[in-house]
Design a protein around this ligand. Structure first.
Ligand code: PMP
Length: 396
């Protein structure tokens, strides 16, 4: 017999979430994840993907992946320290380092586990981490895993960061102190104030860690937020993911050789979990090469982002302080945000609501992620549907 206590816990908790409108129903997508997707046989314009440059379905990446499957097979065999490391993973890491302007790089199976791996490999219970209050869940979990003291500073508030850095340093209680931030905040699309963060870090001898999951391929003409500000030599950890603009799957840290050497001997997901498949590794390498060769896709992404933003703003929606193509449409009430998204989907626009706990309570929103693969016609249709549903629900 299975556990009654577990059943009671699960059934009660799920019911509670459903009653509060916080239970996330997950749709099944039939086929590829491009600018148009099919759900329950219906084609929808997809404004919910992080596939910023459209590379997830790019023919050049698909070709490279198929060739890798032909000659390498589909799996990586075992963890890299036991089974030997594939030349494809080494090539990927060399490409990442060149792309990010660092001495070296290490790749992981996902961005999430990269944060869990890298933070806890360097920080411990004698250390402190200054963490932006809107940092991603994987940063929060990585910080917790490290057992360092977590000191949250108000989102992008540099006075608060400076005050807390001063306080942490002056107590003399900590061996190492890290400041950690998203490069681009995915729920609002704003960019971290890296020049000021670096200046504070240098004043108080802080280790700097930037999670640029949403900046890579997007800011800095594609090279990311650190490059955008020209700070390659002043950031210790340039973390990123291969699952968003790069279009594949995986995570990485780029930095100095000694940091990467340490992560290879101390970060547990590298030591105890099998690497991404050969096809994934080569597809990511190909994507980075394309980004280094041309900024065409990146320019298209920004053009589409500006177009959608202007369109929604002109209709009277609140799109917040986005500085990137990410276009939130902030509604407030969670249930209204969910209802709004449901109506958009019925009208052919796949733009999903994001509610607590992903964003703070009372800031429910529908988040739009235009990509380089969307056409003007798709964006015009999206704006027209926003107008129709927004008026119908009395939101504009
Ligand atoms: N960091 C940030 C800021 C993210 O938004 C995400 C993905 N939502 C991750 C890390 C995790 O990346 P991945 O999906 O590759 O695990």
């Amino acid at each position: 017999m299975t556990s009654k206590t577990l059943d009671n816990f699960l059934n009660g908790s799920i019911l509670d979430l459903k009653q509060r409108g916080l239970f996330n129903e997950i749709d099944t997508v039939e086929g590829a994840n491009g600018p148009v997707i099919r759900i329950q046989g219906k084609e929808l314009i997809n404004l919910s993907s992080n596939n910023y440059l459209g590379l997830a379905t790019d023919e050049r990446l698909k070709q490279a992946a198929s060739e890798a499957i032909d000659s390498y097979g589909v799996g990586s065999g075992a963890v890299r320290t036991i089974n030997g490391t594939s030349d494809l993973h080494i090539a990927l890491e060399e490409r990442i380092a060149a792309f990010k302007g660092t001495e070296a790089a290490i790749s992981y199976q996902s961005g999430f586990n990269c944060n869990m791996a890298a933070i806890s490999a360097v920080m411990d219970k004698n250390d402190a981490i200054l963490s932006d209050s809107l940092n991603h869940a994987s940063i929060i979990d990585g910080c917790r895993l490290s057992k360092a003291k977590i000191i949250r500073f108000e989102h992008s508030d540099m006075d608060d960061l400076r005050r807390k850095a001063e306080e942490a340093r002056s107590t003399g209680n900590f061996n190492k102190i890290m400041v950690i931030t998203d490069g681009v905040f995915s729920m609002d699309g704003d960019i971290a104030k890296l020049p000021e963060i670096v200046e504070i870090a240098e004043a108080y001898d802080l280790i700097t860690y930037v999670d640029d999951a949403h900046g890579s391929g997007v800011t800095g003409k594609g090279a990311g937020t650190v490059k955008h500000f020209g700070l390659q030599d002043r950031i210790d950890f340039q973390m990123g993911t291969l699952s968003k603009a790069i279009g594949v799957v995986g995570g990485y840290v780029a930095g100095k050789s000694n940091l990467i050497d340490w992560l290879k001997v101390r970060s547990r997901p590298f030591l105890f979990s099998t690497a991404v498949s050969p096809a994934d590794a080569i597809a990511s390498t190909k994507a980075i090469e394309l980004l280094m060769e041309s900024t065409e896709l990146n320019e298209k992404l920004w053009e589409n982002g500006d177009y959608l933003k202007q369109g929604l703003k002109a209709l009277g929606f609140t799109i917040g302080a986005s500085e990137t193509p990410i276009t939130p449409c902030i509604i407030g009430d969670e249930k209204v945000a969910q209802q709004f998204s449901k109506r958009l989907v019925e009208e052919g626009i796949y733009a999903k609501s994001i509610v607590f706990p992903t964003v703070p309570r009372g800031t429910g929103r529908v988040r739009n992620m235009p990509t380089a693969a969307h056409t003007k016609e798709m964006l015009d249709k999206s704006i027209a549907v926003y107008e129709k549903v927004g008026k119908e629900m009395g939101l504009i």
